[in-house]
Design a protein. Structure first.
Ligand code: CUA
Length: 333
């Protein structure tokens, strides 16, 4: 018995220490008005549930202890039907459901409302397995990493290029499906600076788990600076540099079938992410790999080994050609 208790205590301690932060995808730390509304709803329902739990468990414990079987005690009387009790325990849950339903409906309608006029529009297109973000008003096209200004309303207009995906950045609140041929929307106003982690929340195939995203909430000036860089054409590599060789390989290789680079006329593919400013992104491959020389090299050499089912095929190129491509892509800040 003592050994069992010790073992249980040890397991509990291990489980408790496993709960250390940070929790980048917690739903309990809202960072937008939408997130705050959902969080308030959750918290109020949680406290209703606590009250119900305390009453039900309290009564149960009371009855178990007070009316437990006693040696030589009288036989309990049999009870068949009690109109007042039955009406009571039908009405009470119905009433509790009303208390939960009213604020829930209110929140649903409030969070489904379109963003106010003048909101920043971002088109979100789900692909197997990466995110395309297009800013139609400012002409930016990027992938996996969304930049938005602090305190400004944002309107996401979402659809899918293939199967159903689901946009989920818990800090911003909400989780909504992306379906081909339909536009679904999320509106939010971010209220704190920094990075918000997210991912696809609808099973969408082999690399569903590798379909992550990042949202960068920036000051207005930082956002403008980012957008101004993104709308420019791609950097032109200096003559004779490895990057120039990389550009040549890119423009005359298989890459152009799937990727666009503004300023490289041959590169107009739209199957894969737009790479005009790929060097300015922090992550690769559906925001699953850090955008470093080493990972970029491994990614170009054999993408499917890093992301099962990846549409980007393995490129069995000589090392020096891969190195030139990496140098070129990294120069595209
Ligand atoms: Cu896209 Cu799961």
């Amino acid at each position: 018995m003592r050994r069992h208790s010790l073992l249980l205590l040890l397991l509990a301690a291990i489980a408790a220490t496993a709960c250390g932060g940070p929790f980048p995808q917690t739903t309990l730390a809202p960072r937008s008005d939408l997130g705050a509304q959902v969080d308030t709803l959750f918290t109020s329902i949680f406290w209703w549930a606590v009250v119900v739990f305390a009453i039900v468990e309290g009564l149960l414990l009371f009855v178990i202890i007070r009316y437990r079987r006693r040696e030589g005690g009288p036989k309990p009387s049999a009870l068949h039907g009690h109109t007042a009790l039955e009406i009571g325990w039908t009405l009470a849950p119905a009433l509790i459901l009303v208390f939960i339903a009213v604020p829930t409906m209110r929140t649903i309608f409030a969070t489904a409302a379109p963003a106010p006029a003048g909101a920043l529009r971002v088109e979100v297109i789900g692909h197997q397995w990466w995110w395309e973000f297009r800013y139609p008003e400012i002409g930016v096209v990027t992938a996996n990493e969304m930049h938005v200004p602090l305190g400004k309303p944002v309107q996401l207009e979402m659809t899918s290029a293939d199967v159903i995906h689901s946009f989920w950045a818990p800090g911003l609140g909400g989780k909504r499906d992306l379906t081909a041929g339909r536009i679904t929307r999320i509106a939010f106003t971010p209220d704190s600076l920094g990075e918000v982690a997210g991912q696809c929340a609808e099973f969408c195939g082999a690399s569903h788990a590798n379909m992550r995203l990042r949202v960068f909430v920036e000051s207005d000036s930082a956002f403008r600076a980012w957008a101004a860089r993104q709308v420019t054409g791609a950097a032109v590599p200096s003559r004779g540099s490895p990057a120039e060789r990389g550009q040549d390989l890119f423009a005359h290789g298989a890459c152009i079938a799937c990727h666009t680079i503004t300023g490289v006329p041959q590169a107009r593919g739209t199957v894969g992410p737009n790479l005009t400013h790929v060097g300015s992104r922090t992550m690769l491959a559906g925001a699953t790999l850090p955008n470093t020389e080493e990972w970029l090299r491994r990614w170009i050499s054999n993408a499917p080994s890093l992301k099962p089912g990846s549409l980007m095929p393995a490129m069995p190129l000589p090392d020096d050609q891969i190195a030139a491509l990496v140098a070129y892509l990294q120069s595209l800040k």
